[in-house]
Design a protein around this ligand. Sequence first.
Ligand SMILES: Nc1ncnc2c1ncn2[C@@H]1O[C@H](COP(=O)(O)OP(=O)(O)OP(=O)(O)O)[C@@H](O)[C@H]1O
Length: 537
Amino acid sequence: MAGSVGSENPIQRLVRGFREHPITEAAGRCTTSTRHVSKRAKARALDIGHPLVVLVRGSKQMAADAKTYWAEAGGHEKHKEWRDLVVFVFAVCAVAAGFQPYGVLLLIAVWAAAATYLGRDRPDPGKDPETDAHIARLQSAYNGLVPYLMDTHDPDERFKPGGGYRSGFTEWEFDEADRLVALKIEYSPFFKDGEADARAKVERALEGKIGQANEYLYDWDEEGNKLSVRILPPLPTGIPAQPWKVAEIEYVLGFTDPTSTARLIPVQLTGEPGGEVPVVELAPVVWRHGRFAAEPHLLVAGVLGSGKSNLLRSLAAQALGHGHLVTAVDAEHTGHFDEFTGRDGVIRVESAAAAALDLLDWVAAESGRRAERLRELGANDDTLIAELAKPLWVFVDELPALGEAASRAGLADPQDILADLMRAGRTTGITVVLSCRAERVGELRATVRNQAHARVGLGQLPPAASTALFGGTLEIGGPAVLPPGRGFARVGGGPVVRLQVPVAADVVGALPVLVGALVEDGDPAEEVGGLGEPEDE
Ligand SMILES: Nc1ncnc2c1ncn2[C@@H]1O[C@H](COP(=O)(O)OP(=O)(O)OP(=O)(O)O)[C@@H](O)[C@H]1O
């Protein structure tokens, strides 16, 4: 700036001096605030004077109608006679009424009623009922899509240069903050919606027009040639894991939009050191767990560093908090489960392939023992069954990595063992939680993947992974990199909802209530559910 001041000529300097003079600045401020005040006053005056405006508008309309009637009827001799008669009768009635007690008041009331009716606010039949701001935003989105969805073979020409947004968009929704939150689009049957590239172009164009900061959920209906888009503002991040106020059988996967669930729970946020801890109400994504649960197993897929292990740790802490038993396999040797080792309720945490396979074999044997004892007990004594089949959780972080390591070591495929465990898990009270990198979802066997009915996808998933997780042609769009713990979840056949997983960075330090004390002596495996002593494998 200094350079620009130095190169000014005397006239520019004079103008700048005048502009920056305190009096000029004060006058500018005064003008701006006066403009605001006068705008507000005008709006208020219009509000208060609205009935008067309606009366005046109605009276003008009445006068105009009367004039038209007079002029039109005057053009034809027969009509003219009839008109004169009508006016005469009307005048006589009005005068007669006026001479009655309260007659003048009655005439005024009739006039006011007629004027109010004629002057009422009526939408212009040819005008788009949307506000100008909404029209501009929708039209801009439409224009952005024209190059990608235009198709000269489309008999309906839904997308064409100069076309109106109503020809391509069938539904839209703005929220109370005037944000576009949903959009339904109908496109040409010839658009190649089966091709990921073609879909991606449409998605990126839409994001460019509506805003990159949002997150998007695209639901392509290839059969109906329709695209349904949900546009979502970012969710809150950094929610610390804590004992959640939910039912005994409920596990909090994370939090979502209040519009996606029917409930809110109190959540403590991280406060300033020494200050008060703020508590807010957030909408939880809950996974119901327990014997005979509809979705007993969970699959978490995500891109590198998207927070998969964090979610597994958060669930392990919740399971321990409910007094359940936990086993974990840390296939990539990340140490994410080390702090659970030796805690009350934690049976074993393994990372080496041989030890992990040994652990899975032990769980399989435990599953068999449970199944046998449950068969003996029959379906008669539910309380006893519930007591004996203490829920046992198996966390496998990065299952494909474990499979790879096992195959290198010439060991059995862990997916075979897990598939059997998952099949029996509903009755034996064994829950399997698996994680895997998004690009390796395809390496999971159908027998494993299809039994994990609760699904979480973290980070910006490649289309193949999100299709494998959530089915159909559902795609997640928006920023290229999402914050850790951000993704989508679907529990069973429920809707796909957005998800922000809480941070479970220091579960032992932050959640001593849940994680429990270190067990000094004894083999926790021997305490398993009382359904029989684990045998040496
Ligand atoms: N929900 C979350 N909120 C905030 N930070 C998180 C969240 N989840 C994970 N993180 C942080 O992101 C980083 C990666 O987390 P994590 O190791 O759980 O990811 P990951 O997907 O398992 O990684 P990888 O793909 O390497 O196995 C860690 O520093 C972790 O503290």
